[in-house]
Design a protein around this ligand. Structure first.
Ligand code: NDP
Length: 417
């Protein structure tokens, strides 16, 4: 089988770009994209300059029978290497999205006669839904828009809260502003109906109904050339996965490793990664304990290690930063201009591959071996090595594998050179 990305990481930057063009991932006339100051100045208040982060690509991804080169923006040296390595090991990934829905809420506090008011709103449900749709005419026109309204109550020592929820298909957009417009549009009508002042109206970043799942099936015997060791590794991977469901100390780090893969793709594609982070961690706590987002289980019938990630991903391919940031548009182009569901599948797949790479390293060589090989470059740079001196310093740092390597050691080596 042809392996165009074999030793990809060893190529020069120019060779990498040329290969991506040859393979059709990038158009032949593609040039790098930068954020112009005049656009950046419109994006944030009190703009001064662009703070740059490296964009790299993860390779070896096959998602829903399509090969992808995935843009990632990240400062941690080992992340892209681990994603590519994890993708190579786990092989083809299948993804699905349960539902595309953003939820918003209109909250009323210190509500009197709460049950009666709930009934009143419920009796006008259809009318309110039509009103909500009238605040989102272009979404409705494209077959999306608000599609359900429901009411709940909650209590605390101050009394009763009444919450009106709106579920909305936001099409290709993340939809934060789109749903906020709807919520603020219908809230006064509901306030009038129940004779209560509005406490606030806002989207929720907990998109518990919009779950993206990615799954890979790895033949156990591919985990190690020796069959016995392969079985042992698979067993340990299953145990490590189970453990991340019962211990919050481990679950937190386990999920951080997953977000190592997810956030860089979100940043590269101009998506709001804080929104996803908040939703993902809330979802990880849905059973009352903070748990792992992935599960690795041995399928004894087929002798495969089956890895699954499920998480809420309220992301988009239009609007927000994507609309104005040339690098976000470049990243989407590299991915073949996916729709929002396809992009969510790609993001989840990177999370799954990243997670596999991390736990595989943990139950085999430990995390530092792979990390330090890449960290050596960082240390050399921190010690003040010039680009020309890097290979020599890195080589010498690697030779010191048995000793702790740190910036002082890198500096010593540099001084020797
Ligand atoms: P925008 O406000 O940019 O809205 C996207 C718009 O794109 C839509 O409203 C729609 O406008 C238009 N559009 C064009 N084509 C399509 C299509 N095929 N499908 C859907 N919409 C389309 O962005 P969002 O509403 O997505 O909001 C995202 C931004 O909001 C992010 O920057 C986020 O950081 C920010 N935000 C996040 C919050 C949070 O997470 N808590 C809170 C507030 C803001 P039209 O229908 O008029 O054509």
């Amino acid at each position: 089988m042809e392996q165009p990305f074999k030793n990809f990481y060893k190529r020069t930057r120019q060779e990498k770009v040329a290969l991506l063009k040859t393979l059709g991932y990038l158009p032949a006339d593609d040039t790098q994209s930068h954020l112009p100051e005049e656009i950046a100045d419109q994006m944030v208040e009190n703009y001064l300059f662009n703070y740059e982060l490296p964009l790299g690509v993860a390779v070896n991804f096959n998602i829903n029978e399509k090969d992808y080169v995935i843009p990632m923006v990240v400062e941690e040296p080992s992340v892209i290497a681990a994603a590519s390595n994890g993708a190579k090991k786990i092989g083809p990934i299948k993804t699905s999205v349960s539902h595309r829905e953003l939820i918003g809420q209109i909250v009323f506090a210190e509500v009197t006669d709460v049950d009666q008011k709930v009934n009143l709103i419920e009796s006008r449900n259809e009318e309110l839904l039509q009103l909500a749709r009238s605040f989102s005419p272009s979404m409705v026109k494209r077959g999306a828009g608000p599609n359900r309204i429901w009411v709940e109550t909650k209590q605390d020592t101050t009394g009763d809260y009444l919450i009106v929820y709106v579920g909305m298909d936001t099409g290709e957009a993340m939809g934060a502003n789109a749903i906020n417009t709807v919520l603020e549009g219908i809230a006064p009508e509901i306030a009038q109906l129940i004779q209560q002042p509005i406490l606030f109206s806002i989207l929720s970043n907990y998109s518990e109904t919009a779950i993206t799942t990615a799954q890979a099936r790895i033949p156990v015997l591919t985990l190690h050339p020796n069959a016995v060791e392969a079985e042992q590794i698979a067993h340990k991977l299953e145990l490590a996965s189970r453990y991340a469901h019962i211990d919050v100390y481990r679950a937190t780090t386990h999920n951080k490793g997953i977000m190592n893969g997810i956030d860089p793709v979100l940043i590269a594609t101009g998506n709001d990664w804080r929104a996803v982070e908040a939703g993902v961690h809330a979802y990880a706590s849905r059973n009352g304990n903070y748990e792992s987002l992935t599960e690795w289980v041995i399928d004894k019938k087929t002798n495969e290690l089956v890895g699954t990630i499920s998480l809420p991903l309220a992301i988009g391919t239009v609007g927000g930063t994507i609309a104005v940031h040339p690098s976000a548009q470049w990243s989407l182009k590299l991915l073949g201009n996916p729709d929002a569901e396809t992009l969510a599948g790609i993001v989840a797949s990177v999370g799954l591959a990243q997670n596999f790479a991390a736990i595989f390293a943990l139950v085999t060589d430990g995390i530092q071996k792979g990390h330090m090989a890449l960290q050596a470059k960082s240390l050399a740079l921190q010690a003040g090595a010039h680009v020309d001196e890097l290979p020599q310093v890195i080589e010498k740092l690697k030779q010191k594998q048995k000793q702790p390597v740190n910036q002082a050691v890198a500096k010593e080596i540099l001084d020797e050179i």
